[in-house]
Design a protein around this ligand. Structure first.
Ligand SMILES: [Zn+2]
Length: 160
């Protein structure tokens, strides 16, 4: 059972992020039915994918000297996009130094979500923040599932 879940989560990581984004969009749509559902879902999806934009910063900026980044860039230079995809699918749990993936991050996104939710303002931002928070929750649960513990980046321990 655990092995099946691990395999499914590993092979469908980004698809799951997209689905979670759709769910966040639809949840907020329930609260504000007058808003256009398609737009809310799109914002939900963007909010769930956005935090992984940090991978780009890692590859090309603060983690550019790591073997992981070198490997990705080598594949990118050869335009082996499927290779990049496969490499990241199989190894993204080895990437333990994403600055944005730490335990403070979901609080920093969830608290403003609650604030706007309470005040009934900034509906689009609400979805984005909720979906962004849910991204971290899924990543955390996936760490627990696959590794049995959280990767050190969640505790602000970043490998250099
Ligand atoms: Zn992530």
């Amino acid at each position: 059972m655990r092995d099946t879940l691990i395999r499914k989560s590993q092979n469908n990581h980004m698809t799951i992020h997209v689905l979670l984004g759709i769910i966040c969009g639809l949840l907020v749509e329930r609260l504000y039915p007058s808003e256009e559902a398609k737009k809310l879902v799109l914002i939900g999806v963007l909010g769930n994918i956005f935090p992984d934009g940090d991978h780009l910063l890692y590859w090309f900026y603060y983690g550019r000297k790591t073997e992981y980044s070198k490997m990705v860039k080598q594949l990118l230079r050869k335009f082996k996009l499927r290779g990049v995809w496969r490499f990241c699918t199989n190894n993204h749990k080895e990437l333990t130094s994403l600055y944005s993936h730490n335990l403070a991050a979901p609080l920093l996104t969830f608290v403003p979500f609650l604030y706007f939710q309470n005040n009934d303002t900034h509906i689009y931002l609400q979805i984005f923040l909720l979906s962004w928070t849910v991204h971290y929750i899924y990543d955390i649960l996936e760490d627990l599932l696959m590794l049995g513990h959280l990767n050190p980046n969640w505790y602000f321990h970043f490998k250099k």
